[in-house]
Design a protein around this ligand. Structure first.
Ligand code: KG4
Ligand code: ZN
Length: 322
C-alpha cells in the first residue's frame, strides 16, 4: 500500500510517499525558515503564506520522485494537529480536495505521535521486520512546540504520561540562543557550540517536578538570562560554557524522566522523536545510560527528526489498517 503524506503544521511544507508503513519512496521538504530568521522565531502569517506557495510543487515533486501519479496512490495522510492554524489549514484543505477529487481515502494524523513513528522508517531490520513487536514502548517527543512522554501501546493508543508545563525543550533552546545572540533556530547552534564549552563551573537549576512525568524548562532559561546579564562583560565569560551548561541541564532531565518511565511501566524500548532528537548530547547520554538499564533506545535518522511527511504517511498506514 502506497500512502501520500502531507505535512504543513509549521514552517515546513512536506510531502512523501511511503510504502507499507516503512519504506520511504520519496520525501520532499520545503521550508520558509530563512524568512523567519530575522525575527528570531516563526511568524505564523509568513509561514502560512509560504505554505500556499509551496504546497502544490512539493506534492507534485514527491509523486514525481516516486515515479507515480495520483492513480498509483492508495490513500492520503495529512497532519491534522497540533500546529499553527494557518499552516495546518493549507495542508488539510489541499489533502481533502485531493481526496475528494480522486476518491482516495483521507487519513488525518496527529503530528506529535507521527514524530515517534519516524523511528519505524529507518533501516533497522529488527524494527522493520515487525514494528509491533517493539511495543509497548515509552516515547519522548521533544520539539520546538512540545515536550511529551507517552506510553505507546500500539500505533493507535498513545497514553500521555507527562508534558511541559511551560516552554517546550526546543523552545528553551531557541530562547537561550536568542539570549546568547546565536540566531534562530537555537538547537543546532547550541549543540555545536557546547562541544567547545565543556565545564564544571556553571550549573543551571532544573525543575525535577518529583513524582510527575511533566517537564519545566522556563526556570533554567531564566537562570541563563540572569547569569548572562551578570557576567557577559566580565573577563572569562564564555557563551560556549553557558551553552554547554544549559544543554546539560535540559538533557539530564529528559534522560532521567524517560528512563524512569521505562522502569515504571516495565518497558525496554524507548523511542525519541522531534527536532531536539537531533541533539548530540541527548543521543550520547541516552545511549550510555540506557545500556546500563537494559533499555534499547531508538532515534529517527537525522533527516526524519525534523518535520517531514514520511512520518505522517508511515503512521497513516497503521490508522488505515487497524
Ligand atoms: O520537530 P521540529 O522540526 O518542529 C516542531 O514540531 O516544533 O523541531 C524544531 C526544534 C527547534 O526548536 C530547534 O531548535 C530544535 O528542534 N532542534 C534542536 C537541534 N536541532 C533542532 N535542539 C537541540 N539540538 C539540536 N541539534
Ligand atoms: Zn514537529
Amino acid at each position: 500500500m502506497k500512502i501520500l503524506g502531507i505535512e504543513t503544521s509549521c514552517d515546513e511544507t512536506a510531502a512523501a510517499v511511503v510504502e507499507d508503513g516503512v519504506r520511504v519512496v520519496s520525501n520532499v521538504v520545503a521550508t520558509s525558515l530563512k524568512d523567519h530568521q530575522q525575527f528570531g522565531g516563526i511568524i505564523p502569517e509568513i509561514a502560512s503564506r509560504r505554505q500556499i506557495e509551496f504546497i502544490h510543487w512539493v506534492v507534485a515533486e514527491s509523486l514525481s520522485k516516486a515515479q507515480l501519479t495520483l492513480d498509483g496512490i492508495d490513500a492520503i495522510a495529512v497532519t491534522r494537529a497540533p500546529g499553527l492554524i494557518g499552516s495546518l489549514l493549507v495542508g488539510l484543505c489541499f489533502a481533502r480536495a485531493l481526496s475528494r477529487a480522486t476518491g482516495k481515502p483521507l487519513i488525518e494524523i496527529d503530528h506529535i505521535k507521527a514524530h515517534l513513528y519516524a523511528n519505524y522508517l529507518q533501516f533497522k531490520p529488527e524494527l522493520k521486520a515487525c514494528p509491533q513487536e517493539r511495543l509497548p514502548a515509552i516515547g519522548l517527543v521533544v520539539s520546538g512546540g512540545h515536550s511529551s512522554l507517552f506510553l505507546v501501546k500500539d500505533f493507535k493508543t498513545f497514553k500521555l504520561l507527562g508534558s511541559t508545563r511551560d516552554d517546550a525543550a526546543g523552545e528553551a533552546f531557541d530562547k537561550v540562543a536568542r539570549i546568547l545572540d546565536l540566531g534562530y533556530p537555537g538547537g543546532p547552534v547550541i549543540d555545536r557550540l557546547s562541544a567547545q564549552g565543556v565545564n564544571d563551573e556553571i550549573k543551571f537549576p532544573q525543575a525535577p517536578l518529583t513524582g510527575s512525568f511533566d517537564f519545566s524548562f522556563s526556570g533554567t532559561k531564566t537562570a541563563v538570562l540572569y547569569y548572562t546579564q551578570k557576567h557577559k562583560d566580565k573577563p572569562g565569560y564564555s557563551p560556549a560554557k553557558v551553552a554547554y551548561s544549559f544543554q546539560e541541564s535540559v538533557v539530564s532531565v529528559l534522560v532521567e524522566k524517560s528512563l524512569k518511565a521505562c522502569k515504571k511501566f516495565k518497558v525496554n524500548t524507548l523511542l525519541i522523536g522531534g527536532g531536539v532528537a537531533a541533539n548530540s548530547a541527548l543521543r550520547r547520554r541516552l545511549a550510555e545510560q540506557a545500556i546500563g538499564s537494559g533499555i534499547d533506545v531508538f532515534f529517527p535518522p537525522m533527516a526524519l527528526c525534523l518535520d517531514n511527511a514520511a512520518m505522517i504517511a508511515g503512521l497513516g498506514y497503521h490508522w488505515q489498517q487497524l
